[in-house]
Unconditional design. Sequence first.
Length: 473
Amino acid sequence: MLLTLTLTQPNAAQPGATSPDRFQPASDLGFLLHKHPERLQTQTLSFGTASVFYPQVSAQQTTVALLLEVDPVGLSRTSRPGEGGAPLEPYVNDRPYASGSFLAVALRDAFGTALTGRSKARQALADQALAFSVYLPCITARGPEDLPERLFGPLGYAVQATPIALDPLYPEWGERPYVELKLSGQMRLRDLLAHLYVLLPVLDGGKRHYYLNDAEVDKLARHSAGWLDTHPERDLITRRYLRFAALVRQAEEGFSQSNSSELEQTAPSASLRPRLHDERLRWVADQVAASGAAQVLDLGCGEGKLLRLLLELGQIRQLVGMDVSARALEIAARRLNLRERPELAARVQLLHGSLSYPDSRLKGFGVATLVEVIEHLEPHQIGPLTQHVFGDAQPRTVIVTTPNREYNAVFADGGQDMRHPDHRFEWTRAEFAAWAEAAAQTHGYALTLHGLGDTHPDYGPITQAAVFVRHNG
């Protein structure tokens, strides 16, 4: 199966151009995708091989191709008994030829960093709406004939879907569900990739090739942020992407919370909004991306939500999560599909351990994150944690988030209770700053403090954060 993406910059070589952002050449698509135009790049997936290459490169127009070769025999070995219909279906099917959910996974793995919207060399270009066109010579589109237009049209694309006959010699066999699909529009690359990542499986509408769980709800929310809430086919997209009623209900609850965010700001409750959680993880992922680190350590990784987000960063070659809960690590392994995706084994490792003790396995990382972790420790454990992370492990960058206790005053109970029954303490802004400044000074780090989420004029941000960068890093 094949997908080509073309960037057109008709003014790229215009004489006398003075705005480098506006007139950067189309060949800079390589910087946006983090894929060099002169190299053939291949990646082994659990269901086949994905290759990225550039059939056309010029200042005015550049095309990148993603070619996915699915191995139906290898795929049949991973299918569960009783799946499918006819006995030969696992071996003889349309999966190697008709684009769908397989291509969406390959797209995410090939262009994961571009999906985040970051480009170290051409950030201004990544933030622009550019003239893109997409070509899929054969894609499965199960459902109404106008389904491609209904899905992509409201997002600003010009859509051309041409039905493909099953066999020109036997027109009575019909033509759907396969179409040749062409899309064109003016948009940011990150948005285009997110649209394809979500809507290709929706168009396919058939059996997904991997286990669906509540991690898919988070994935849908993350990649559809900013456009699915207002899409006229939101319900259809949600149903076809998630398939199971329980997962659909979860996603719909998220839509309800999103639509009522203005009310929540005027009448906050004692429970944290899911949107704050997503915002916090996205901010941490952005900080990791900005660091340029290739080895990342998530301390107190829990069930792996941040790990899933960080996997999309193509810069990361080694990703390690550590948690004191063996059960949480089991869930993280399942949600990351580590068993179903052996290609991740070289990148991802889960460790069972405690921050109360020194651990040589934590040395040599570019970034360490502690997201909503320290407040779960006993106060007397903070000193050892500080020494073990900053003094022993010594990552180049440390990112820490924790609740701001002062903000609790705006909740219904007036701040009498902590935000979670497992919290052992919650710091005020002054207490957090004092700990962070002492840790930075003692261990040779530069410190910047941040506020995340809603901010009260008197009580400050709902979440406080710190970024430590080692002086000799």
